[in-house]
Structure formats: structure tokens, C-alpha cells
Design a protein around this ligand. Structure first.
Ligand SMILES: C[S@@+](CC[C@H](N)C(=O)[O-])C[C@H]1O[C@@H](n2cnc3c(N)ncnc32)[C@H](O)[C@@H]1O
Length: 403
């Protein structure tokens, strides 16, 4: 990069940090300093797919060889940039296929880093190195020797290692399955997870110090999820709080099909309801947590048309041949059609959970918490004894790597 472009990158990085501060996403000025110090352009390939974190914005191809200014604009904006599609088989700059790695959007990265609450001397384990950009930010704040990062994909890991070195940092980098953590490096004070997690690997709790913190995007339905911060109680228990929505690419082994597949349509049951599906879709994080707790394994998508028509689509995460349901709002209609198929009546289950949330006084996400232990994951309201729904069972865990 020539000096003129380097100067413009520094100016853009300052502007980005200021923008995140104004929007209230960045409050700890250490991260503003790190954003200015770590050149994000070193972690972005020549061509990628930029998706702004502003709701409703469309993604776009960026290519430094074709339009260097627009490439820099995207690199120093609150956009995630896809750097890998379909585990390396697809073209990451096409916007097609499953995005499997990205340089995460700065706003959500900073929100997670602030939740991590890094103190001087903390030893930090990161899961999902990706481009290496967040790893470099952590090195800038905590010091190279305090940071270990694990990436499952060897091609990405090698590129990240080169970019981190070019930026002037030297953390410990591991290529492997981050779900097993890093027993040899334990105990860690902080664990920063940058891929979506449906079922929290217990190895991370075992490898964190009591009182340590783990932050992660928790996506039990395989699509939209929550920023979760877990405080580690002992080697097998952690208790957590929710801090707003977060949607991330899933940990490889936990990619559940987040697909609404209306198979056997002609055999589906139909009915009408007076309950506007937009009331559920727009009820917010508290309702979402109540539904997650009471309708295990449910995932959902909302489709909104320009004329206001809205469909709430429900499915069993990870089971494309499983139960599904849909409820459609049409502007001006008094009743709304419901279609559902499968041994589970997902619409009925979700409505029952939504009504119980209304009966509890429509609590917001701040009143919910989660306890994760060796046997299960439990969502509770107000205190850990007031469990909502059934405990979510522990899935099979990955083999531990030797120390
Ligand atoms: C959203 S990207 C990380 C972005 C990174 N924070 C950055 O800004 O560059 C998620 C990464 O997690 C990695 N990943 C997925 N499953 C993993 C696993 N089991 N262990 C380690 N890394 C994994 C993916 O390959 C991907 O690179």
C-alpha cells in the first residue's frame, strides 16, 4: 500500500472508531485506540463480499483491483467482509453459497470485546481466528504473549498468520478444532468466541479460571442468536447473561440446517388465527429466549414484503425433513392463515410459549439468564431456580486434544 493510501486508511480508521462511539457501540476508549492502530486493510483480500451491519442494507462485491476507493470504504466501514464461501470451494466475493468465514463487522466485534472486559495480565483464548483481525486487536490490548487463537481451516489459518505478522503482532496460533479448546494453555481468564454456537462446549468452561468470562454468539436455532456472556463458577458450571442479538457463522460441527422446507405441503394442516404473526416476530429478545426455552430446537425466519405482508416461518433446526409451520400476515386481513406439518405442531408450541411470556409480563432479555453445567443448559427468569421450559440436553462433545 503506498503512503497516500496508508494515510487515507489511518483517516478512515479514525472515522470508523468515531462512528462506533457516536452510535454507542464503543464505550471503552482502549478499543478505539486499537481500531486506529491495527490496519484492517491488511486482513481483507483483494476481492470479497461486503455486508453492511446496517439493517436492510444489501451486500456488494468489493475488489481493490477494480475500484480501490470503494474497497477501502468498505474495509473501514461497519461491514463484515466474507473471505470464504462453502469451506473454500465457493467464490467468497460472489455473495453466493454458505459464507464460512469473514472479517467480522467492527460494531459487533467491539461490543463482544467490551463484554470480554479484558484486564491487564489476562490470558485470552480466541476460537475462530478467521482473518486474524480480531486476534490482532486482542494482541494490541492484552499483549502478544497473552493471546492464543484457534482456527479450524488450515488455509484461513495460514493467511491469518501472515496478516497478523504483517500487522506486527505475534500471538500463539493453533490450527484445529476450537470446540476442544486448548487444554495445554489452560487456565484462561477470558475466552472470546467468534463463531455461532448452538451447544456450548464444556471444554471451554473447564479451561477457564473460576471468575473468568466467556463471550459467544449463542444461536440454538442455527440462525439468529444472542450475545451471551458466561461467568465461570467452577470447572463444570457457568452462569450467563444476554446482551442483544448476534448472528454469526456457526462453529463447523454445529452447523444445523437453518432451512424452512415445506415438504409434504399437500398433507399439511391449515387453520386461521387472530394472532398477528408480526406480534411474535417483533416481540424482541425476551420473547425469543422464552420461546427457545419452551420450544427446544425451533428455528425461525421472518420474511417481510415491501407491501407489509409478513410470513413467520418455523422449522426444526438441523432436521430438514422435520416439522415446519408458517403464519402469514396480509395487510388489512382480520385473520391469518396457519399451515403446519409434522409430528410437532410448531406454530401451536410457539404460540403457547409466546402466551406464557405475555402472562409473565413480557420480560425483556435483561431478566433472563442461563446456567450451563455438565448435564444441561437451562434458561431461567430472574433467578437460576426459576427455570423456563425443559433443560436443553448436552450434545455429544468433541474429543479433547492432549495437553
Ligand atoms: C466469523 S469468522 C471469524 C472472524 C474473525 N473474528 C475476524 O474478524 O476475522 C468465524 C471463523 O470461525 C472458524 N471456525 C468455525 N468452526 C471452528 C472450529 N470448530 N474451530 C475453530 N474455528 C472455527 C471459521 O472457519 C471462521 O474462520
Amino acid at each position: 500500500m503506498d503512503p497516500v493510501t496508508a494515510a487515507s486508511a489511518a483517516w478512515r480508521a479514525r472515522r470508523l472508531a468515531g462512528d462506533l462511539q457516536r452510535r454507542g457501540l464503543l464505550t471503552d476508549l482502549r478499543w478505539a485506540e486499537a481500531l486506529r492502530a491495527v490496519p484492517r486493510h491488511l486482513f481483507v483480500p483483494q476481492a470479497g463480499w461486503a455486508a453492511s451491519d446496517t439493517p436492510g442494507s444489501a451486500g456488494r462485491r468489493i475488489d481493490a483491483a477494480v475500484d480501490p476507493m470503494s474497497w477501502q470504504d468498505a474495509v473501514y466501514s461497519d461491514s463484515s467482509i466474507v473471505i470464504q464461501a462453502d469451506d473454500g470451494v465457493g467464490d467468497p466475493a460472489s455473495g453466493q453459497g454458505l459464507a464460512t468465514s469473514s472479517v467480522s463487522a467492527p460494531g459487533v466485534v467491539v461490543e463482544f470485546l467490551e463484554l470480554l472486559d479484558v484486564r491487564p495480565g489476562d490470558r485470552i483464548l480466541e476460537i475462530g481466528t478467521g482473518s486474524g483481525w480480531t486476534t490482532a486487536l486482542l494482541c494490541h490490548i492484552a499483549g502478544d504473549h497473552q493471546v492464543t487463537s484457534i482456527e479450524v481451516d488450515p488455509v484461513l489459518a495460514a493467511k491469518a498468520a501472515a496478516a497478523i505478522k504483517a500487522a506486527g503482532y505475534a500471538p500463539r496460533l493453533i490450527t484445529g478444532d476450537g470446540a476442544a479448546g486448548d487444554p495445554g494453555g489452560a487456565p484462561y481468564d477470558r475466552i472470546h468466541v467468534t463463531c455461532g454456537i448452538a451447544d456450548i462446549p464444556r471444554a471451554w468452561i473447564a479451561q477457564a479460571r473460576p471468575g473468568g468470562l466467556i463471550v459467544l454468539p449463542w444461536s440454538p436455532g442455527g440462525s439468529t442468536g444472542h450475545k451471551l456472556r458466561l461467568a465461570v463458577v467452577d470447572e463444570s458450571t457457568a452462569v450467563g447473561s444476554f446482551h442483544g442479538p448476534a448472528t454469526y457463522m456457526m462453529l463447523r460441527a454445529q452447523r444445523r440446517a437453518a432451512v424452512w422446507n415445506p415438504h409434504h405441503h399437500s398433507q399439511a394442516g391449515t387453520a386461521t388465527t387472530r394472532l398477528d404473526p408480526r406480534s411474535i416476530a417483533g416481540a424482541g429478545d425476551g420473547a425469543c429466549l422464552a420461546i427457545t426455552a419452551q420450544v427446544p430446537g425451533v428455528g425461525w425466519h421472518t420474511i417481510r414484503e415491501q407491501d407489509g405482508a409478513t410470513s413467520l416461518l418455523l422449522y426444526e433446526a438441523g432436521n430438514p425433513g422435520g416439522a415446519w409451520a408458517a403464519c402469514d400476515y396480509e395487510p388489512g386481513a382480520a385473520d391469518f392463515p396457519v399451515t403446519q406439518f409434522g409430528p410437532r405442531r410448531l406454530w401451536d408450541e410457539v404460540v403457547a410459549a409466546y402466551r406464557s411470556w405475555l402472562r409473565s409480563g413480557s420480560p425483556g432479555r435483561q431478566r433472563y439468564g442461563i446456567t450451563v453445567d455438565a448435564e444441561s443448559t437451562r434458561i431461567w427468569l430472574d433467578n437460576p431456580r426459576n427455570i423456563i421450559g425443559e433443560p436443553l440436553p448436552l450434545s455429544p462433545q468433541p474429543a479433547q486434544r492432549g495437553a
